[in-house]
Design a protein around this ligand. Sequence first.
Ligand SMILES: C[S@@+](CC[C@H](N)C(=O)[O-])C[C@H]1O[C@@H](n2cnc3c(N)ncnc32)[C@H](O)[C@@H]1O
Length: 203
Amino acid sequence: MNTDWNKRYSVEEYIYGKQPNHFFRTVMDTLSPGKILLPAEGEGRNGVYAACRKWDVTAFDSSSVARQKALELAGENGIGINYHVCDYPDFNCHESVFDVIAFIYAHLPEEQKHACYKHLSPCLKIGGKVIFEAFSKNQQKYQLNNPQAGGPRDPGMLFSIEEVEEIFTGFHILKLEEKDICLSEGYGHIGTSSVIQCIAEKI
Ligand SMILES: C[S@@+](CC[C@H](N)C(=O)[O-])C[C@H]1O[C@@H](n2cnc3c(N)ncnc32)[C@H](O)[C@@H]1O
């Protein structure tokens, strides 16, 4: 159980809101429904969006409070999602069953973050897509001036373009871009932010 995240999520509000991440939604709207995996899914905003569009959703997160809120959000929308409480190494994924894996702000400690992506990539089908958005190393400059700018304060948990390239070595990179965007996601991600967006296809 992830006690830090459980404490953060133990508020009535959805800290990143109930609406899906904009990049996630934009990419998903171009794809036909299939099976999607959402690691580190938090309070369910992205999984619920996908399920409402007929995707078969599997999600996991180490926070049990996040799961509870995600299932409530699913109930409000009249849909169901499969949501496991586990740390990423305990997610069993030996079969290539998913059409999409979406890593949306799935930030982990530096020593774990590469391992997480390598651990999960076998469960993506050949031809399946990764959708990735996370804060870049340049987010630190926005965090200095804006307490509501999102992202871990530990720079090792932020990403560089080179790291993302390294993580998805062997994939066909369809998009890889670092950019400044204006986030308005609940109260956890607010203001100008530096993010990396990637779409990669398993070959
Ligand atoms: C910034 S939040 C993002 C939540 C969600 N993806 C979103 O965009 O709304 C990061 C999430 O990673 C989860 N997390 C952190 N370490 C994890 C681990 N080792 N295994 C699984 N989930 C983890 C946290 O519980 C938290 O929900």
